[in-house]
Write a protein that binds this ligand. Structure first.
Ligand code: MSP
Length: 490
């Protein structure tokens, strides 16, 4: 049994969550649930990034104080996560007192270690991304990341000696190849670091909705420095107190920070350098996932194609939505969301492959009055170890494919054995194999589709199992026929 600490980015609360936020959060939830099944001691952190200009502007536009505004949005986030069954252990908010104290302590340590100096910053700033750019980095005068307007900033600022950590970072990447995951994104980061690092402006004088810089209160702390420290404040660093009252400091270093590819740099360069500076071990892995387009287009409010996870869960069920997000594309790659593709997977893989299988098996078994026992035959198609290894490697879509291979071989077994023509011991044996397969499938899909697993278990009359129970053994459940798991969508 090991410790497993997984995080999502903490999200800006300028608006309600969309499918992009849901994607990262569902993926983290599945990793957390899987590791719980495998007996690990798991801590799963999510939260909200509440300071900075972007949130302040959104509050201004609604005529609210930033605190009122972020209080409301933090609730919206929690409600959405509840709706799609996110099993986080703690939800850290950056406007909380515990977080603010952690940031002040962290930055003071960096300063004590001689890594912060005063200077003048001049450059460009993208408020939607809360990111500084140099003139050279701009593309046609716009933000190179999101394409939106940038503004010129010239102000006194404190700088973090990021440049000092170039060698140390490169050494860390070399010694810890998993840190930069997936591996196809590693070279880009390494090459940029090899090209040289510029010191980072980490305080602002013009931004008021932020944490004061401890040694000069005229300045506030750059929102990204503030936000990254949530991965520590969320587990109670340094004092043992956190928003959720969890003293979970022993979970550090994080096993994996799951992030979108656009914020990989912050997590794989700035964050470990900050940790080196404060004398704290870096996380073991940062996994940068790809982005969703919607019906082939970049998702944006102006196009009007922003996908609302609550609407999807209401329309198709939280499980179907979660399943689709994880099955449609490899975690690391970009992919396209469309309701048409979602419906195709619901009708094919969920209603047909999974739903019909459970329904057939439970119907047959509930009519059988003999003993459901026999010799394992379907077990040869189950590769639980491979599925475990895939999930350990964040290959969630391939893991689902592998689970479906097992499910399909169970469906084939029903057809091959024609249990409706059998009786007595022979039928008992076939049913034994099918029911055990159903029980194991329920365990394997439970991190992906927790509601469905509960429904299957209740029809089989068994308790929720763990990964250890993913083997053919004696069946002791009491079968009760229930409703279809998934309805076909027209
Ligand atoms: N507040 C920062 C993160 C600080 S972490 C210390 C931030 N927040 S955000 O609200 O913009 O959320 C960023 C995350 O949203 C990305 O990492 C990614 O997980 C997700 N996505 C936003 N749009 C997305 C898509 N279109 N597709 C997939 N995920 C994307 O950045």
């Amino acid at each position: 049994m090991g410790k497993f600490y997984v995080t999502t980015p903490i999200y800006y609360v300028n608006d309600k969550p969309h499918i992009g936020h849901a994607f990262t959060t569902v993926a983290a939830d599945i990793l957390a649930r899987w590791h719980r099944l495998s007996g690990d001691d798991v801590f799963f952190l999510t939260g909200t990034d509440e300071h900075g200009e972007k949130n302040q502007k959104a509050a201004d536009a609604k005529g609210k104080t930033p605190q009122e505004f972020v209080d409301e949005l933090a609730v919206v986030y929690k409600d959405v996560w509840k709706k799609i069954n996110i099993s986080y252990d703690a939800f850290q908010r950056t406007s909380s007192a515990t977080h603010e104290a952690a940031v002040a302590e962290f930055v003071s340590r960096m300063e004590k270690n001689g890594d912060i100096y005063k200077g003048d910053y001049e450059g460009w700033y993208c408020t939607p991304d809360e990111t500084f750019f140099t003139e050279l980095q701009l593309v046609n005068g716009k933000c190179p990341s999101c394409g939106r307007e940038v503004k010129k900033i010239r102000e006194e600022s404190y700088f973090f000696k990021l440049s000092k950590y170039q060698e140390k970072l490169l050494q860390y990447y070399d010694k810890n190849p998993e840190f930069l995951s997936p591996s196809f994104r590693a070279d880009e980061i390494k090459n940029r670091v090899k090209d040289g690092l510029k010191d980072l402006s980490i305080t602002r004088t013009a931004v008021k909705w932020a944490i004061p810089f401890p040694s000069n209160k005229e300045h506030t702390i750059y929102v990204w420095v503030d936000a990254l420290i949530s991965y520590l404040s969320g587990i109670g660093w340094p004092s043992g107190k956190s928003d959720s009252n969890n003293d979970a400091r022993a979970y550090w270093p994080a096993s994996v920070h799951l992030v979108g590819k656009e914020i990989n740099w912050f997590h794989t360069v700035i964050w470990p350098a900050m940790l080196f500076s404060a004398g704290i071990e870096p996380p073991k892995k940062v996994f940068a996932h790809g982005w969703w387009t919607v019906d082939g287009k970049k998702m944006s409010k102006s196009v009007g194609n922003v996908v609302d996870p609550v609407e999807m869960a209401d329309k198709y069920g939280a499980d179907a939505f979660r399943y689709f997000l994880m099955r449609e594309k490899p975690l690391g790659e970009d992919g396209d969301f469309s309701e048409k593709a979602l419906i195709a997977r619901i009708n094919g893989e969920l209603a047909s492959d999974l739903g019909n299988f459970i329904s057939r098996v439970v119907t047959l078994a509930s009519r059988f009055d003999g003993k459901i026992e026999g010799t394992p035959e379907l077990n040869v198609h189950l590769n639980a170890e491979r599925i475990n290894a895939l999930i350990d490697n964040q290959e969630l879509s391939v893991a689902l494919e592998e689970i479906w291979l097992f499910l399909k071989s169970a469906n084939k077994y029903v057809n091959d054995k024609s249990p409706w023509d059998l009786s007595g011991k022979e039928l008992g044996n076939v049913l034994y194999n099918l029911i055990e397969a159903a029980r194991i499938i329920s365990i394997l899909i439970s991190p992906f589709m927790p509601e469905t697993a509960v429904k299957i278990n209740s029809q089989l009359g068994v308790h929720a199992g763990t990964l250890k129970d993913c083997r053919f053994t004696d069946f002791n459940g009491k079968i009760t026929k229930g409703e279809h798991l998934f309805n076909r969508v027209q």
